[in-house]
Design a protein around this ligand. Structure first.
Ligand SMILES: [Zn+2]
Length: 150
């Protein structure tokens, strides 16, 4: 997994998205699948991580610092963006609860139609899915079980 700081063309929102590889990023971007979590704009580009304080009257054009520790504010923005993204991703995904491992395996073997799913898996199940070469990823935030909601 690799994380990119991205910026949308419309409003210049800066956000962060995880990809399997930088090739994944290129592919998804080319297919218009990489969208700003704030405004949905798909004209995104890799953000140059200049200090975000620079709007405060510092016009000297200092060289951008490629890596800086996120400020608490930046951290919060990032979490908000990630939560929004997860919500968006899950909107198109079917919750399969405890059957996650079985469903993922069935889809992997072509026994079921390929579709996005999410659900619960034990660490044991997770390990064997990965060993079988099944493409799964942990969600950054816990998901409320729709069955528990009422
Ligand atoms: Zn945006």
């Amino acid at each position: 997994m690799i994380v990119f700081d991205l910026r949308c063309g419309a409003e210049r929102h800066v956000f962060e998205i995880w990809f399997g590889s930088s090739q994944d990023y290129e592919d998804q971007k080319a297919r218009g699948l990489v969208a700003c979590p704030y405004c949905g704009d798909t004209a995104v580009e890799k953000a140059v991580m200049a200090p975000r304080l620079s709007a405060k009257g510092n016009q000297k054009g200092e060289p951008a610092q490629p890596v800086s520790l996120p400020t608490p504010e930046g951290m919060k923005d990032m979490l908000v963006a990630m939560a929004a993204l997860q919500k968006k991703v899950l909107a198109n995904s079917t919750y399969v609860g405890d059957r996650f491992a079985d469903e993922a395996r069935a889809i992997h073997h072509g026994e079921k139609d390929e579709r996005p799913i999410h659900g619960k898996a034990t660490s044991e199940e997770t390990r064997s899915l990965i060993e079988e070469g099944i493409n799964i990823a942990p969600l950054p935030f816990p998901v409320v079980d729709p069955l528990d909601e009422n």
